[in-house]
Design a binder for this molecule. Structure first.
Ligand code: ADP
Ligand code: MG
Ligand code: MG
Length: 883
């Protein structure tokens, strides 16, 4: 096996495509060398060597030592130097480099090869003793920290004390002799801490550093990072060993970093910073204030420190040329690291640069216009999930943040408003034109109207899949959940944190993008959906096959979704319509009715309200398909709970509160999610489904008349497990359809179908398809029922499952393709076998998740349906899935 790949002087054994073997940094160093760019020579030890290291009890492959020594000789030959030889001193850097850039990996060690003897040679050789001792002390610091595992601060303290004693402010003020004093102090401290002196043998130093890079693959920080970013352990890291070039050789030397385009706006301009007489990470470490690279950026930032363009015009000119060349070569914005040694430019790193969502859009559109990439590639470049950042108001990055608590970033966007502690107060304040943040310990289905009325939701309990989080995401409202340091006292009407008490009416701001809770109002930026965003969306729409619909029941959501490009409604949850205003009273009357007659009387009150709801939705959707789900949730969700609520319903129904309370108790269920809900309601109380069907058909007739756009309603029967259930409900839908058509003389086309949300329905899909004209995969319930995990209770243990590596992802966020997905695939195939033109869609939360959307494309679904704010994400993800 070849463990070591060399690069230098216009040639390299590896290339950019060898990322898996050489890591990102090593592969790109090789590529830059092959392009003939000035790169200090070096070599890369492969990720396979790292894997060998772990497979063999942290030892090296037998031939590695000889290979490394040969590669060192190769560097020596190219530079005219020799590692460990004071006469022709060769110093190297040891740099880690995984496939994906990974903070948490070992830090780089620079100036390796220095010791008490070679440092003197370096001083003589360079004619600059200050530079030599500055380099040595840096090396001791880095090596001790990274390889010997000593605390960084120990060294910082020694240096700070020395500077204070000398009355200096900057490191660069220390002379050679003064650095020697610091070094002596450093070495004494190390010996004291470790019981042995700082290693003087360059080879021992080198192997120490190589071992530290490999070992850092398994350090705690790296493991955590991998878990958060789904990076497999099997990738391993490469090690890069490279001849040093020095940015700290006085006033004609410098080091810097740059982006070929502005990473936060996407503007095409070289953007970066540098420091004269500095090394390595000094620029980012904030030791001194860095200077701009271009004159233009200097002027824009109002800095009076001269730009690189001004102080080193020649090095600047070659840097500009190289950066343009690299961007063209990689066809993407590059993040560059460079060093200038006595006027000569050296390239030390290039990679595709990280960028904000906004910048990503602008760059993709610009690069397509420049002909650097095609439109399809432009679409592929955008991470669909990142669009979330753009669709909501966000906190102005320049605004000051007074953070009082941090919870989970449960639903993106930022919101400011007055604190309210109940949904009732939220609605009342909203009616007065106030903006509010609904603050709850946790939310329940009864809070839907309050959540609608609020600008944002803040809870002290619950995770990313808690009720508040799921509903808020669905509504596109910012939400911070589980902010555990907040103490809410409903009775006292207070929110306490950090010794401060907030009351109803006090202003807070939440940032659903990072989970922060802030005191007072904060300046916001509004989303912008034109320009680059619109262009990418247009290109995406030209590519995708699946339609994108929305889950919506309110006119506001439906309109919002249309403006985001939704092509119909995939799920209208009629129960949400019953929580609004006075309807809840009529709804409670209906549920608590003892007889069919009373129930019908209550339903008669609900009919006109439902009809007008549907009419409005049909008008907004103007001929696009609308799927309406019949009443689904367990009835207990609507029951009156407080004495006040019971009294209210009792008086409307003209019964005693006591009787009502009894009736409420009889409706109690032990396991409501698996209880009297879904189509079971329509079987027990056919009059409910009849009323809803009537409202749908009457609204369809009227919408057709008003708009001239005939609506084709799709009526969806929930929670079907048996074909006979669907047959039963369908019969009454058909009967109502017929009578409405007879009454009005208007023909309404419609489809009847079902949600596939029980494993039995998936297994019997070929039979159910005899009655169903469409299937909509209700993957929220299908996930609950397949796993036997209640979504509302999952937070408490799913996190532990993830930490312990038992599940990789929350199956309620991203579809479990192996299990739940298998049922979807099977049901789709069986459904098509019975009814080739059966319409197939998905309406669970997964309909807005890019990975799940890829799966839907693979299975050949006709559409995905998601919450309004996820519509653009789904459009983009569906396009990416189609290519
Ligand atoms: P990271 O992955 O954290 O960016 P790097 O390996 O790129 O770490 O190194 C950190 C810093 O050290 C960079 O600024 C780089 O320019 C500098 N550096 C690395 N190797 C050399 C070298 N051979 N000569 C001069 N500077 C170097
Ligand atoms: Mg770097
Ligand atoms: Mg369901």
């Amino acid at each position: 096996t070849k463990w070591v790949y060399t690069f230098g002087d216009g040639a390299a054994e590896g290339r950019a495509g060898d990322r898996n073997l050489l890591g990102g940094k090593g592969a790109n160093l090789a590529e830059m060398c092959s392009l003939g760019l000035p790169v200090p020579p070096g070599f890369t030890i492969t990720t396979e060597a790292c894997n060998w290291f772990y497979a063999n009890g942290r030892t090296y492959p037998p031939s590695l030592e000889a290979d490394v020594l040969a590669a060192l000789d190769h560097i020596g030959a190219l530079t005219g130097r020799r590692f460990g030889d004071p006469e022709k001193l060769l110093l190297v850097s040891v740099r880690s480099g995984a496939r994906a850039s990974m903070p948490g990996m070992m830090d780089t060690v620079l100036n390796l090869g220095l010791n008490d003897e070679t440092v003197e040679a370096l001083a003589t050789d360079s004619g600059d003793a200050r530079f030599a001792y500055d380099s040595y002390r840096r090396f001791i610091q880095m090596y001790s920290n990274v390889v010997l595992d000593l605390d960084h601060e120990v060294f910082e303290e020694i240096l700070e004390e020395e500077k204070a004693r000398l009355g200096y402010e900057l490191d660069t003020e220390l002379s050679a002799i003064e650095w020697q004093g610091v070094i002596a102090h450093y070495k004494a401290t190390i010996e004291e801490e470790l019981g042995e002196p700082f290693p003087q043998d360059p080879r021992e130093q080198l192997w120490g550093a190589i071992g530290a890079v490999f070992s850092s693959w398994m350090n705690h920080r790296a493991i955590t990072y991998r878990r958060l970013h789904d990076i497999p352990e099997s990738w391993g890291t490469a090690v890069n060993v490279q001849a040093m070039v020095f940015g700290n050789m006085g006033e004609t030397s410098a080091t810097g970093v740059a982006f070929t385009r502005n990473p936060s706006t996407g503007e095409k301009m070289l953007y970066g910073e540098f420091l004269v007489n500095a090394q390595g990470e000094d620029v980012v470490a904030g030791i001194r204030t860095p200077q701009s690279i271009t004159e233009k950026a200097r002027i824009d930032s109002g800095s009076d420190k001269p730009s690189l363009q001004k102080v080193m015009p020649e090095a600047f000119a070659s840097f500009v040329e190289i950066s343009e060349r690299l961007e063209k070569h990689y066809r993407d914005m590059q993040d560059l690291e460079f060093t200038i040694e006595r006027g000569k430019l050296w390239m030390l790193q290039t990679r595709s640069g990280k960028r904000t969502a906004k910048a990503a859009l602008r760059m993709a559109v610009d690069m397509a216009a420049e002909g650097l990439i095609g439109k399809e590639e432009a679409v592929a470049r955008i991470d669909p999930a990142s669009l979330d950042q753009l669709l909501h108001p966000t906190i102005d990055p320049k605004a000051e943040r007074n953070v009082i608590a941090i919870g989970l970033p449960a639903s993106p966007g930022a919101a400011t408003g007055e604190i309210v502690f109940s949904s009732h107060d939220a609605e009342e304040a909203k009616a007065l034109g106030k903006k509010v943040i609904l603050v709850r310990i946790e939310t329940s289905p009864e809070d839907i109207h309050g959540m609608h009325a609020a600008e944002g939701i803040l809870t002290t309990r619950g995770g990313m899949t808690s009720h508040a989080a799921v509903v808020a995401r669905g509504m596109g409202k910012p939400c911070v959940s589980g902010a555990g340091s907040l103490r809410v006292d409903y009775r006292a009407g207070t929110l306490m944190v950090m010794g401060e008490t907030f009351r109803k009416g006090d202003i807070v701001t939440i940032d659903g993008g990072n989970g922060q809770v802030l005191k007072g109002p904060v300046a916001m930026l509004q989303p912008e959906l034109s320009g680059d965003f619109a262009a990418i969306m247009e290109w995406a729409d030209a590519t995708r096959r699946m339609k994108v619909r929305t889950n919506a029941e309110t006119p506001a959501d439906a309109r919002m979704a249309r403006s985001f490009g939704a092509e119909g409604i995939g799920l209208c949850r009629t129960e949400h319509m019953f929580f609004e205003g006075d309807r809840i009273i009529a709804m409670r009357e209906m549920i608590l009715a003892d007889t069919e007659k009373d129930r019908r009387a209550a339903l008669a009150k609900l009919l006109p309200m439902q009809r007008s709801d549907f009419l409005e939705l049909f008008e907004i959707m103007a001929g696009l398909p609308v799927t309406i789900r019949l009443l689904d949730p367990p009835l207990h969700e609507f029951l009156p709970k407080t004495e006040e609520e019971i009294a209210e319903v009792a008086s409307v129904m003209n019964v005693s509160a006591e009787k009502l309370r009894q009736r409420t108790e009889t409706l109690h269920e032990f396991n409501p999610m698996l209880g009297h809900r879904g189509c079971r309601l329509a079987v027990s109380y056919p009059e409910i489904a009849e009323m809803q069907a009537r409202a749908i058909f009457e609204a369809a007739v009227e919408a057709g008349r008003k708009t001239g756009n005939p609506v084709v309603p799709e009526i969806m029967v929930p929670l079907v497990g048996l074909k006979t259930e669907l047959d039963f409900v369908k019969a009454s839908i058909d009967a109502v359809a017929k009578s409405v058509m007879d009454e009005t003389g208007v023909t309404v086309e419609y489809l009847t179908g079902t949600m596939i949300e029980l494993p039995r329905a998936a297994i019997r899909a070929h039979v159910i398809a005899e009655a169903a004209e469409f299937f909509s995969f209700g993957t929220n319930d299908l996930t609950q029922t397949t796993f036997g995990i209640s979504r509302d209770d999952a937070a408490s243990f799913l996190d532990i499952y993830r930490q312990k590596g038992i599940v990789e992802q929350d199956p309620f966020v991203s579809l479990d393709i192996d299990g739940v997905g298998e049922l979807v695939r099977m049901a789709a195939e069986k459904g098509r076998a019975t009814r080739p033109d059966i319409k197939l869609g998905i309406c669970g939360e997964h309909g807005g998740d890019p990975a799940s959307i890829h799966f839907c494309e693979e299975v050949g679904l006709d559409y995905v349906s998601c919450s309004p704010y996820r519509v653009p994400i789904a459009r983009l993800a569906a396009a990416q899935a189609a290519v």
